[in-house]
Write a protein of this length. Structure first.
Length: 294
């Protein structure tokens, strides 16, 4: 006759729960600032170092060493990270990780053999930008994965700071808040304008960072492309090759061509080596949502 089971003591029951319950990383008051390497988020880094805003953690979602503007990567490495370390701020660089553990980059996705998707806002035949998923896939979700891994949830959301300034207040409504986060705009709260950011940055002994964006971003102004062709012809040639590659695939699929500028022509024709005629270089687009140009 089998012996009856001995009732579990409270200590034994606790031990069983400890074995079967997966430990969770406590979130607590997790506060992270989305760092883009540009004016606004670098000004926020200085303000955090001064104790004027409360963000001990800055997260830089790197879309790829082959994708981010080289000047931005240099600035983050040589200036932002050392400054953060000197002031007790944790500035972490994050990447998009595949299931096999390898890093996926935005440029790598665009150039992947057989790829049909175009996640960047290439210009269509009418000059308007197409749909994009680059910000969501390589910025928002990368930060979200980190936040959730460190305890953020709908019941315990992390506070995420976005570097939108007063003159760009319209951008504050362009991004949907995810359940695991609470979005705040500390530069808006302090009444800081974009033009104030260089003064704040320089007051800390830092150089003013370049505008942060992918070097092939279709929202780049023509002045950028002209400077790139003159000063970095190899990188300009890579941009032309990227445009050609996308259109070779589209021709095979019977689709209209797309462009990296709104002028409905190949990049190498839009940006001649000689001085071009005057053109309208107004900023009709932006990598909005507070995740890229910040």
């Amino acid at each position: 006759m089998p012996h009856p089971k001995t009732p579990a003591t409270p200590e034994h029951a606790h031990h069983l729960r400890a074995k079967t319950t997966r430990p969770k990383i406590p979130c607590g008051p997790l506060r992270a600032f989305s760092y883009g390497g540009g004016w606004q988020s670098t000004a926020a880094l200085v303000l955090a170092a001064r104790g004027e805003i409360d963000f001990p953690l800055f997260l830089f979602a790197n879309v790829g060493d082959d994708s981010e503007a080289p000047a931005t990567l240099t600035y983050v490495r040589d200036h932002a990270i050392p400054f953060a370390q000197a002031h007790g701020i944790n500035l972490r660089t994050l990447s998009r990780i595949r299931r096999d553990g390898s890093i996926e980059t935005l440029y790598g996705r665009l150039m992947r053999e057989g790829s049909r998707s175009i996640p960047i806002p290439v210009r269509m035949s009418n000059g308007a930008p197409g749909t994009r998923s680059c910000t969501a896939d390589f910025k928002i979700r990368v930060l979200g994965r980190y936040l959730k891994a460190h305890g953020a949830s709908a019941a315990n959301p992390a506070t995420v700071g976005i570097g939108i300034s007063v003159d760009e207040i319209h951008r504050a409504n362009n991004r949907r808040t995810e359940p695991y986060e609470r979005i705040v705009y500390p530069l808006l709260d302090l009444g800081i304008r974009r033009a104030d950011c260089p003064r704040i940055i320089q007051s800390a002994g830092l150089p003013t960072p370049p505008k942060s964006a992918c070097w092939f971003c279709p929202f780049r102004r023509l002045a950028y492309w002209k400077t790139l062709r003159l000063q970095d012809p190899d990188l300009f040639a890579r941009a032309c090759h990227l445009e050609d590659t996308l259109n070779t695939r589209r021709r095979a699929l019977g689709r209209d061509p797309v462009w990296l500028t709104r002028y409905n022509a190949p990049l190498q024709d839009v940006i001649p080596l000689e001085d071009p005629l005057p053109f309208d270089d107004s900023d009709d687009g932006a990598c909005d949502g507070g995740w890229c140009f910040t």
